[in-house]
Design a protein around this ligand. Structure first.
Ligand SMILES: [Zn+2]
Length: 681
């Protein structure tokens, strides 16, 4: 039994905290300072720990779920979460209004305009006043259960003051003002940065651990309200927004009821100009018919409602100065030019470099150093230079950019153009630029997986002369003392690095073969080769009969003459044979992959992976597939069984659709292998 005065204390604390949350997140000012809030929160937590029976679902302490969910369960939506048709200019919008009015044979005004928030669409259900389920849009019909994560968003009440069961739909977003700072902190922690606020919002919500979500500054705007059957509650969309607000569900305040085309035009023009001032990304304006009865008459086309459309803002184009053209030398020697820019914001993201693709691109667009250029984000990710700005002024010092003839310092070898003339590469086998890249690649996860040997350390160890050939990584142990004298290398970090290097000796032949960085020989090809040629010693023996080796390689299904030839060319180089000898002497790569199948549940099925997965990196997924008896390939073909789709899928998605290949998401995949993988690396 909980003493009455404790019960009252708990109740008061909850009310105060909930009130403060509401004020802070909805009204954007608060009765409590952060410090006071934290103190009261701790007090409540202590009392609840002491009297666990007092814990109720709507308590502010329950926002931070402590249960780790291994995967997301799926949720079927009552009514599908549809996407909207698009119009791209005012004429198209006029046509849409005309056509729609004609269909229902009446004036469709008033319309309701809302800013289209660039985030993650979600559905949140309240039952008996309590938030009881939240899910992602998913494929529109089936989404992922993200209830515990959504509960951590402090602007969402866990309890509403209405006993009707409701479903509210909205968009979770990542505030632009927090985005760059957040990305910087991720980079400092050695994590991948998000390419834009939308990915950050989606990534934050789809964390497997709600505690992680609770650390992210995400927020939400609601824009739809239904009863539990998925029916509208009132006959006007605009009124439903007012009800949402009364329920304490945050709405975007700039939505407006519009009575004629002139008003509509003004609204669009105003926000086209002013959207950059908002703290959330918008990519357009949603235009909905206000009258729910007209909405019902119009119905849907299956994928889109006929009673709404979205006016898309043209992509944001910015101008900035191109300070310098630099080059990356890849592992295989290909030079990729990139532009060093005067830093500029596009859609909330600070951009200071852009790719220039290749020599042709620079020539075609006549891009020069010190030019003013127009920039746009291509596919929301890679910033691209569209053209030299019309406002660009060149002085008489400006000259056409000359692609270099020699590899950048310290290599300085003569560069060669490929036959197709598009790429230019350094073919020197002793190119330091290439070697630095190769070293990074060698230690990367899918190769020898040496933690602590990242790009910076590789660069230092190479430049300071500690490592000149790949096998010298394994004699670093002998230089332990000298290593510790390097700046930034303490005893602990050196010990750790050396231990990781030692550990990597256990990697099997296929990993080592990938790690050699032979052009065209990635993980997949290395696996195929290692199935036939079981270890490095056996490969070494073939050095005296390269014809035989070539035939053997071509004979392997999945390896063509081009790749076989690259391997033969690599084997012909004396330096590489030395390298193999040294690795054999070190006892590395002399055993074949030790396949420890966890199951055979994937039964030789073939998978292609596309997109990003928040908590699983590519090699983890690949290992999971391989360890369960499946196969991973890089390209979609008619032989592919499944496309495993993550966020921002590439062209592989449409290829899979064209080939009618089964497309699965991460939770479906995890269900297939139904193991309790907990490898969140
Ligand atoms: Zn070079």
């Amino acid at each position: 039994m909980i003493p009455i005065e404790i019960q009252k204390k708990i109740k008061d604390l909850r009310e105060e905290l909930n009130q403060a949350n509401h004020e802070y997140y909805i009204k954007e000012n608060s009765s409590l300072t952060d410090f006071e809030y934290d103190e009261k929160f701790k007090e409540l937590l202590t009392l609840e720990n002491e009297y666990p029976d007092s814990i109720v679902e709507e308590s502010p302490t329950q926002r931070i779920g402590s249960n780790l969910s291994i995967q997301f369960n799926t949720v079927e939506h009552n009514i599908p979460m549809l996407s909207l048709s698009n119009v791209f200019d005012l004429n198209e919008l006029k046509d849409w209004i005309k056509k729609t009015s004609k269909t229902v044979d009446q004036d469709i005004f008033p319309l309701v305009c809302e800013l289209k928030i660039d985030g993650l669409a979600v559905s949140v259900k309240f039952q008996n006043k309590l938030l009881n389920q939240a899910s992602t849009r998913g494929n529109g019909t089936i989404g992922e259960d993200i209830t515990n994560n959504v509960k951590t968003i402090r602007s969402i009440p866990l309890k509403i003051n209405d006993s009707k069961n409701i479903e509210a739909r909205g968009e979770i977003y990542f505030p632009i003002s927090k985005f760059n700072q957040y990305n910087e902190s991720r980079e400092l922690a050695g994590l991948n940065s998000y390419s834009n606020p939308r990915n950050a919002s989606s990534g934050s919500v789809r964390q497997l651990d709600p505690n992680e979500t609770s650390k992210r500054p995400i927020n939400i705007f609601f824009y739809n309200l239904f009863d539990e059957q998925g029916k509208e509650i009132v006959d006007s969309h605009y009124k439903s927004l007012e009800i949402l607000e009364k329920l304490g569900l945050r709405i975007e305040k700039n939505s407006k009821q519009i009575h004629n085309f002139e008003e509509l035009e003004n609204y669009i023009l105003f926000w086209s100009k002013n959207r950059a001032k908002l703290d959330y990304g918008t990519d357009g304006i949603v235009i909905k018919i206000d009258d729910i009865n007209i909405q019902k008459n119009l119905g849907t086309t299956g994928r889109n409602p006929r009673w709404a459309t979205s006016y898309k803002f043209p992509p944001e184009i910015v101008e900035t100065k191109l300070n310098k053209i630099n080059f990356n030398v890849g592992r295989t020697g290909v030079l990729t030019p990139w532009a060093e820019l005067e830093p500029i914001m596009i859609d909330g993201v600070k951009i200071s470099r852009a790719t220039l693709h290749n020599r042709d691109e620079i020539e075609r667009k006549d891009i020069r150093e010190n030019d003013l250029v127009e920039l746009q984000r291509a596919g929301e990710v890679i910033p691209q230079i569209i053209k030299v700005s019309n406002k660009n002024l060149r002085n008489n010092k400006s000259k056409k950019f000359e692609f270099p003839d020699y590899c950048p310092e310290p290599c300085n070898s003569k560069l060669l153009s490929d036959q197709n003339e598009v790429s230019v590469r350094c073919v020197s086998s002793s190119c330091p630029n290439k070697f630095e890249r190769l070293l990074q690649y060698f230690s990367s996860k899918k190769c020898m997986d040496i933690e602590g040997l990242g790009s910076k350390i590789c660069s230092i160890l190479y430049k300071e002369g500690f490592i000149n050939t790949l096998d010298e990584i394994y004699i670093l142990e002998q230089k332990r003392k000298q290593l510790m004298q390097l700046e930034g290398f303490g005893e602990r970090s050196v010990n750790k690095l050396l231990a990781n290097i030692e550990e990597s000796k256990n990697k099997s032949f296929n990993n080592l073969l990938t790690a050699f960085g032979i052009e065209g020989v990635g993980e997949e090809i290395s696996d195929l080769i290692a199935e036939r040629i079981k270890s490095l010693d056996i490969l070494y023996e073939k050095k005296n009969n390269l014809h035989n080796l070539e035939d053997l390689l071509i004979d392997i299904e999945g390896i063509g003459p081009i790749v076989a030839n690259k391997i033969i060319e690599w084997m012909k180089q004396e330096g590489n044979i030395f390298l193999i000898e040294n690795f054999i002497n070190l006892g590395i790569g002399t055993k074949n992959r030790n396949v420890t199948n966890q199951s055979n549940s994937l039964n030789y099925k073939t998978f292609v992976i596309t997109g990003r997965f928040e908590n699983y990196n590519r090699s983890t997924l690949e290992n999971m597939i391989k360890n369960n008896g499946g196969k991973v390939i890089n390209r979609v073909s008619s032989n592919t069984d499944y496309l495993l789709q993550g966020e921002n899928p590439g062209t592989k998605l449409s290829e899979a659709k064209n080939n009618s290949i089964a497309i699965i998401n991460l939770s479906e995949f995890l269900q297939m292998i139904s193991t309790k993988e907990r490898n969140f690396s």
